[in-house]
Design a protein around this ligand. Structure first.
Ligand code: FAD
Length: 615
């Protein structure tokens, strides 16, 4: 089984090196190694192996992966951001084999048709990407068969558990606000409704991360000695020959996992290609440390220039998220709280075969747009942005609103069924940040800025303000609603008509349409804005830092994912996304992995299987 945490002495040269084993990288490595067993592929992952790790396999234990002591995530820290109430923000990102797909919430969300079309690159229109979207999955949900795949390694299902009473209640509440239930919101076309969300979890309740689906089967079938996986090692930089062809990588032991007494660098050579796949926050740093980037950034970091590609690390994007808890009267068995709070131990849950272990707590979510009167209420600048970018494109949602059954993160002090948490994130924020190196080594500080809420017209904060108000109205129309959990809501002034409440019963008897919308004054809006600056966080959906676009438009890679100015070097991960997508990003990262594998295979003269099956 060629998985190592020490570089074997005889592994000095392979055909293809993939730097970063996350959602996309594992797919590239798995597809290539499976298709041609004479091709020696080395996947280098900074994090540890994830095989059968309980917090990976059981989606309900996912939040444990965000505890720093568990060493499953990389915590990228930003500079102090004044527009975010002076906070230094932290963006956790997958830091283990499988990357984000091993630690994420597991929501199965595809982008919208118009997202890929707007990328405007030959070979990357939604129509051309359909085969890759289908190839990766085995789908167990509703919808039309022509929109899904049924032979791929990644099973998509409800994971074997759903709290139906809660789900139906929220769907009815959303309907009372004008949002219908949509059978399949992941067909690239549907929009402006709620849906019973599926998960990247198998019907048996096992997480479907890229490593368990594309790497571990090959490591264990005895037929793929050509696939080598090196964990707990970081790629410092890509090496080039005199013709600026990528010829190998320089590695170091990852200090998070093993002793590295001194900066001992090791080299592995690549006969054919190097693929950088370290994610939107990891890949730009590898390129810059390799001498590919903006000359001023490289000079400041003491790195010699190889290729002048100013777009590297530029135009960072994410979605803007708020998680807002509400007081609820839920059935304890309908929430995650018992597992999160430790009332049920993992050992007990495993012993009992508790189906909640395969649950991510999120069964209902949406892709939604504001109504005309909401848009007008957000002022002329917002109206102009809407008219320009959304109005004539009904395929484009403004907001994701989803409900998490319990208190996200949990606490032993919370009573069972006492909370529900709403997640709202804006799909297409206008603000852009950046990610750059400040020195040549992996341990040098990074110059990372989210820059949320920095757009000139304040459109981004207005979008999220609408999200807060709109989801509050949906909660107010649910039967379980008992008010707002005050510590995590805006502090409205005394006498405000939008003041927080604590109730003993629902706001309606029988007919939800009797509930009237709250009224917000200008002062209330000011208070919400102040609140949002304090609570907005990453949605863990970093992308766009090595854009696929023409070089003169700050592009870093071309349509074949080749890095400008050098040869034999590709980037295959979410950093290449030139524009944002209307949904959670793991599916897009996996699609990029499939498409990247196909591009590379064609260039190397390898034939990939046309079905989704791995071998
Ligand atoms: C907590 C969390 C929750 C999320 N929830 C969802 C969700 O519910 N649904 C959804 O669709 N999306 C979700 N996402 C987002 C999704 O998982 C990511 O967009 C996706 O994983 C990105 O894939 P990628 O291949 O671009 O990068 P990643 O998966 O991040 O892979 C990059 C890999 O490179 C490694 N690496 C970094 N630097 C180096 C280096 N120098 N050398 C070697 N290796 C390196 C990292 O350890 C990592 O394994 C979530 C993400 C997180 C973190």
């Amino acid at each position: 089984m060629p998985l190592y945490n020490t570089l074997p002495q005889d592994l000095g040269e392979v055909d293809v090196i993939i730097a970063g084993g996350g959602s996309a990288g594992c797919i590239v490595a798995g597809r290539l190694a499976a298709a041609d067993t004479t091709l020696h592929v080395l996947l280098v992952e900074g994090g540890r192996d994830n095989y059968n790790v309980p917090s990976v396999v059981h989606a309900a234990l996912g939040p444990q992966n965000l505890l720093p002591e568990n060493k499953m995530a990389i915590f990228y820290k930003t500079v102090r951001e004044d527009q975010l109430a002076g906070r230094e923000m932290v963006v956790p990102s997958g830091g283990v084999l499988g990357g984000g797909s091993s630690i994420n919430v597991g929501l199965y969300t595809r982008a919208q048709r118009s997202d890929y079309d707007a990328w405007d690159m030959p070979g990357w229109s939604a129509e051309e990407l359909w085969p890759y979207l289908k190839k990766l999955e085995t789908y167990h949900g509703d919808g039309k068969p022509e929109h899904h795949g049924f032979e791929g390694p990644v099973h998509i299902s409800d994971g074997g558990f759903r709290p139906h009473k809660l789900v139906n209640d929220i769907l009815e509440a959303a309907q009372a606000m004008g949002y219908p239930e949509i059978n399949d919101l992941q067909d690239l076309e549907s929009n402006n409704g709620f849906s019973r969300w599926l998960r990247t979890v198998s019907p048996e309740g096992r997480r479907q991360d890229s490593a368990h689906t594309f790497i571990h089967p090959l490591l264990r079938d005895g037929k793929h000695p050509n696939l080598h996986v090196l964990v707990e090692h970081q790629v410092v930089r890509v090496l080039f020959d005199d013709e600026k062809r990528a010829s190998g990588v320089e590695l170091v032991i990852n200090r998070t996992h093993q002793e590295r007494s001194k900066q001992v660098k090791q080299v592995v050579k690549a006969r054919k290609m190097v693929v950088v796949s370290a994610g939107a926050l990891g890949s730009p740093s590898i390129l810059e440390r390799s001498g590919v980037g903006k000359p001023e950034v490289l000079a400041g970091a003491g790195v010699q220039l190889v290729a002048d590609v100013p777009g590297v690390g530029h135009d960072y994007q994410d979605h803007n998220l708020i998680m807002t808890p509400y007081l609820a009267s839920l059935e304890p068995e309908d929430t995650c709280d018992d597992i999160f709070s430790g009332r049920i131990t993992v050992e007990q849950a495993l012993k009992d075969g508790n189906k909640k272990l395969g649950w991510n707590g999120t069964d209902i979510a949406s892709k939604i747009r504001p109504k005309d009167e909401d848009i007008a209420a957000m002022g002329p600048k917002f109206q102009a942005a809407w008219d320009r970018d959304f109005k004539d494109n009904p395929n484009k949602p403004l907001m994701f609103t989803g409900c998490f059954a319990g208190s996200f993160g949990g606490s032993p002090t919370y009573g069972p069924g006492e909370f529900i948490t709403v997640a709202d994130f804006t799909m297409y924020p206008y603000s852009r940040g950046h990610m750059h190196i400040t020195g040549p080594d992996v341990d040098d500080p990074l110059d990372f800025r989210l820059n949320f809420f920095s757009d000139e017209d304040d459109t981004d904060i207005k979008q999220l303000m609408w999200g807060y108000k709109n989801s509050r109205e949906i909660m107010r129309r649910s039967a379980f609603y008992r008010g707002e959990h005050a510590p995590h809501h805006p502090v409205f002034p005394p006498g405000s008509k939008a003041g927080l409440v604590k109730l003993d019963a629902p706001l309606f008897e029988g007919d939800r349409s009797t509930v009237r919308n709250l009224e917000y004054s200008a002062e209330d809006d000011r208070v919400i804005e102040e609140h949002l600056r304090k609570v907005v966080v990453t949605t863990w959906h970093s992308l766009g830092t090595n854009k696929m676009a023409p070089l003169n438009k700050m592009g870093v890679v071309d349509k074949d994912l080749s890095v400008y100015g050098v040869e034999r070097l590709k980037v295959v991960d979410l950093s290449i996304a030139p524009g944002n997508v209307g949904g959670n990003t793991n599916n897009t990262a996996m699609m990029i992995g499939e498409k990247g594998a196909d591009i590379i295979a064609k260039e190397l003269g390898i034939v990939l299987s046309s079905s989704g099956a791995l071998t």
